[in-house]
Design a protein around this ligand. Structure first.
Ligand code: UD1
Length: 428
């Protein structure tokens, strides 16, 4: 299993290209199932999760054409053309779904278009129980008959889905996306109340509208969808990855130096920008994205609570905690989205961090410096937090089990090395 070795303490200086957002690309790809025409997606990041989704779509019968970069469009990512005009299998098998929880996003589109779908219950990151009850209850509200057996969700709607008012009891990104896609082809109007407002949902809704869907309320917590008989093809660019952006911003902040994050959009990450600014990091929009510089002084501790968008994202909790380990003073980090998302804490402690966890709250007391150590990656965002720690630590850090990183960070090693980090990937 590959490892990443880092010699810490070198400031980052240079440019890093930010890719398309994984969490936007995955639902957008699932949306390709809603039409028999070609959906072309640009600025697709080159990540393991994207390949898993391509594998899933292919086994349903989607024709996939994947090209290299798209210099003409100015995008750094890839271009994929998906054509779902010969769907011959309506089952998403355990073997693929267990690798990536977002596979459950094929449920809504398959059911809405073909009146039937069978999807394995997902596995995914080990960051809590992560049920899919809201997806299932929402689809049942649209008239689907759903059974759970042998670890599979079996959904049927032989006469098609019918619009309804669905009020989510808690904010769920995935359930909002699944229901939004399903509702585009349902009869009549669907209203999604207490919908998630993440920018990736806005991106999905914009693409669905370009495919002929009728969605209003984009960017708010109430989405209204008027169903149509069929959707057509479209050409859509995936929005930049705000999590990747903020992660590299924190890497620059921890090590000092100045990094330009090209292709990034600061407008998508106001909560993170607020926390970083308060901590003493300066971020400014630049011609090609944004520039991050650590202010002359050190970092200072800031309290952070994760919330659904526009709050501070749970996908940045591990990284911001790492930043706070070397800040002046204390920082209280509260995780409200997932119940088991502090697995990076014992690893950070091995590097000299001072963190006390009590339930959903971690109290971080800043230390003068971290020291390199062998550490173990446990999930996607926890893994990258250990990379940040390694970049700032004195001495050598080896991060094991880096396959988690490949799910969400394209070319991480070369992007950091290009800015002066001493970092390498080592195979077995
Ligand atoms: C998405 C993101 C993930 C991010 C998360 C929260 C993708 C591919 N993944 O995951 O990176 O960390 O949003 O911002 O976009 N819940 C239920 N029942 C459900 C669904 C969710 O109880 O049916 C709970 C979850 O356990 C969790 C909370 O709702 O506590 C939020 O989860 P959700 O927003 O659904 O996360 P995902 O869509 O899985």
């Amino acid at each position: 299993m590959d490892r990443i070795r880092i010699r810490g303490g070198r400031p980052l200086n240079g440019r890093i290209a930010i890719g398309g957002a994984k969490n936007a690309a995955l639902p957008l790809m699932a949306a390709g199932l809603l039409t028999d025409e070609t959906l072309c997606l640009r600025n697709l990041p080159d990540l393991a999760d994207i390949h898993t989704m391509l594998q899933l779509l292919s086994q349903h019968g989607v024709a996939v054409e994947l090209n290299g970069g798209d210099p003409a469009g100015g995008a750094t990512g890839r271009v994929v053309r998906l054509r779902a005009d010969d769907i011959h299998n309506l089952t998403a098998p355990y073997d693929i779904v267990r690798k990536m929880r977002a596979s459950v996003l094929v449920l809504g589109p398959l059911l809405a278009r073909f009146g039937q779908a069978t999807v394995s219950l997902p596995g995914g990151c080990a960051i809590g129980t992560r049920p899919v009850d809201l997806h299932i209850k929402g689809l049942a509200r649209l008239g689907a008959e759903i059974d759970l057996d042998d670890g599979y969700i079996r959904a049927r709607a032989p006469k098609g889905l019918t619009g309804a008012v669905i009020r989510f009891p808690l904010v769920s990104v995935g359930a909002t996306e699944n229901l939004l896609m399903a509702a585009t082809l349902a009869r009549g109007e669907t209203v999604l109340e207490n919908a998630a407002r993440e920018p990736e949902i806005g991106d999905l809704a914009a693409c669905l509208n370009a495919m002929g869907a009728r969605i209003t309320g984009i960017g708010t917590d109430m989405l209204r969808v008027t169903g149509v008989d069929r959707l057509h093809g479209a050409d859509h660019g995936v929005l930049p990855d705000r999590i990747e952006t903020a992660t590299y911003a924190m890497a620059a902040a921890m090590t000092g130096g100045s990094v330009e994050l090209t292709g990034a959009d600061m407008g998508l990450m106001e909560a993170a920008v607020g926390v970083l600014s308060e901590a003493g990091v300066s971020l400014a929009a630049s011609e090609h994205g944004l520039t991050v510089t650590r202010n002359g002084a050190g970092l200072s501790g800031v309290d952070v609570t994760t919330q659904p968008y526009p709050g501070f994202p749970t996908d940045l909790q591990a990284q911001v905690m790492t930043l706070m380990t070397v800040a002046d003073g204390a920082a209280m980090i509260t995780e409200t989205i997932f119940e088991n998302r502090f697995m990076h804490v014992p690893e950070l402690a091995r590097m000299g961090a001072d963190i006390q966890v009590k339930g959903p709250v971690a109290m971080v007391r800043g230390v003068a410096g971290l020291s390199g150590a062998p550490v173990m990656a446990t999930d996607l965002r926890a893994s990258v937090s250990l990379i940040l720690a390694g970049l700032a630590a004195e001495g050598e850090t080896t991060v094991n089990r880096v396959y988690h990183l490949d799910r969400g960070y394209a070319d991480l090693v070369s992007k950091l090395a290009g800015c002066g980090a001493e970092i390498e990937r080592i195979g077995d």
